[in-house]
Every structure is written in C-alpha cells, then in structure tokens.
Ligand binder design. Structure first.
Ligand code: DAK
Length: 260
C-alpha cells in the first residue's frame, strides 16, 4: 500500500516503516499516526512480515514529536480524541505479536521519544538526540511515555528528564537504558537489519512467547509473573521447534525452525 507520510519496504520478512515528513522533521500529525496504524495493522495480518523496523526518513529526525501546529488548535473534545487515538496506536505497536525495533536516526522528541518506547528494542545512531520537552510547551507527554519511561530508566531519571526537558545524547540514553545499542550513523540501518536477521534466525514461537512473558510479566506481581513464566515455558514444550532446537544442538547442526 502507498502512503503519503510513510515509506515502507518488505524484504526477507523485515518490514521497514520510515516516517517521511521532511518539511516538519517527521512530526507525528494525525495523518502520520493514521497511516502508521494502517501500516502496523497490515504488518500484523501479513504472514510474510516477521519483524518490523520503525525509523525516520532522512538524516535529521526519527520524529520531532507530535505536530505542534496541529495540537495548538485542538478544542478540548478533540484533544481527548487525539489523546486516545495516539495512545491506541502506540498500544497496538507495543502489543503486536511480532518483534519491533526502533532505528533512531536523529531527533526522537516528545511523541517521537514515546514511540521508540513502545517498540521492543531501540537502536540509535550516535547522532541521535532524545528528549521529552513537553512541559516547556505547557503540556505533558501523553502517549504512554510517562508510564513506559520509568520502567526503562527508573523513576528518578524519568522525573529529571520530564521535568527539565533536557536533551539526551544517544550515549546518555544508552547508559540509562532508554537505548539498547548505539552505532555509527552510517551503519544504523545495516546494523538494525543484522540484529533483525539474528532474531529471525531463532525459534519464532520462542520469540513470541518471550515478548509476551517480558511485557506481561512487568505488570504482574513477582509470584504471578513466575507462575505465568512456568505456563509459558510449558506451552513451548508442545511445539515442534523446541525439539528441533535441542536435537540440532545435540547433532551439532543448525536448527531448522518451522514456526510449529
Ligand atoms: N511539530 C511541528 N513542526 C515541527 C516540529 C513539531 N514537533 N518540530 C519541528 N517542526 C518543523 C519546524 O517548525 C520547522 O518548520 P518550518 O519553519 O521550516 O516550516 C521545521 O520542522 C524544521 O525545524 P527547525 O527549523 O526548528 O529545525 P532546527 O534544526 O532549527 O531545530 C529541533 C530542530 C528539533 C530542535 C526543533 O525543530 C524543535 O525543537 N522542534 C520541536 C520539538 C518538540 O518540542 N517536540 C515535542 C512536541 S510535543 C498528549 C499526547 C502527545 C503529546 C502530548 C500530550 N496527550 C495525549 C495529552 C506529545 C507532545 C509532543 O510531542
């Protein structure tokens, strides 16, 4: 499908979505979010799509946040709709049962920074800059960032960066755990695809179950979480891939997983 604000590409099971609004540093207008939701739903339903990369087109920005011009003119009821819509888009990204990687090529600000938090893994160019500058605009981060950020970097650091709006370098974000890897700018997509291929070489059901256990487990008390893990582990033992994985190891060969 062709989009006005996204570029998409499917290659070897890897579906890359590039936000493409060069005149506004890839700011997330309603039109962009609507297309992003369509692209995610399409990826979810397409068996050829095994993993999703979200990035920003161009060298300068991943996404410089929600579209400030659009947001300024919202009436209260529209603001409510806007809020719920954006939260829904990010939840769908977070809950999709395929791995997602944010390849952060430049500014990831406000809603752009919240978008990377909804992805499973975050890989940044060493030139990337991240911030939640909303309080300086008289608003607060509204698309789930204040819920997800403390789970990634802790309460104190979250308050520091939300209260000050201070810009983080990729290295600082990496040290805190907001970013998982930092690579040279010209290697970002190549490296991200390499990691994607590594993930795709593993047992698909194991990845799916691991994602669910980590995400759901974070919101459970420890005892329920460990019980849930035991159930999930048992489920894996009803698959063909688990037997193939263990047998391949014992036969000193590469496993041939069938997603069964
Ligand atoms: N929205 C709209 N346009 C933007 C934009 C944005 N977020 N960021 C940049 N642009 C536009 C600029 O207006 C400029 O347009 P022209 O003047 O050329 O027409 C063009 O992109 C290039 O930007 P600059 O000329 O400013 O470029 P610089 O290199 O000088 O500066 C910058 C780059 C990233 C430092 C600067 O553009 C900047 O500070 N941008 C704003 C970043 C920001 O504040 N982002 C946070 C947005 S607020 C909620 C839900 C969500 C949210 C809040 C609540 N609820 C549900 C309650 C989310 C809020 C946000 O994300």
């Amino acid at each position: 499908m062709a989009y006005n604000n996204l570029l998409t590409n499917l290659e070897e099971g890897i579906y890359t979505i590039s936000i493409n609004r060069p005149d506004a540093l890839n700011a997330l207008s309603v039109a962009v979010l609507t297309e992003l939701l369509e692209a995610i739903r399409q990826a979810k339903d397409d068996d050829e799509v095994k993993l999703i990369i979200i990035t920003g087109h161009g060298e300068k920005a991943f996404a410089a946040g929600a579209d400030i011009a659009e947001m300024r003119d919202l009436k209260a009821l529209e603001a409510r709709e806007y809020s719920l819509f954006g939260q829904g888009v990010y939840k769908e990204i977070e809950n999709i049962d395929k791995p997602t990687i944010a390849a952060i090529n430049g500014y990831a600000l406000g809603g752009g920074c919240e978008l990377i938090m909804a992805c499973d893994i975050r890989i940044a160019s060493e030139k990337a800059k991240l911030a939640l500058p909303e309080v300086g605009l008289g608003i607060i981060p509204g698309w789930g960032g204040m819920h997800r950020l403390p789970r990634l970097i802790g309460k104190g650091q979250s308050k520091f960066y939300v209260f000050t709006g201070e810009m983080m370098t990729a290295a600082e974000a990496h040290n805190m755990g907001l970013v998982d890897k930092v690579v040279p700018a010209d290697e970002l997509i190549e490296y991200t695809k390499k990691i994607a291929k590594t993930i795709l070489s593993k047992a698909p059901i194991s990845i799916k179950v691991a994602k669910a256990v980590i995400d759901k487990g974070m919101n459970m008390d420890p005892e329920t979480g460990i019980d849930y893990l035991a159930e999930a582990f048992a489920t894996i033992f009803s698959t063909e891939d688990y037997r193939e994985g263990l047998t391949a190891f014992l036969e000193k060969r590469k496993a041939d997983f069938k997603n069964k």
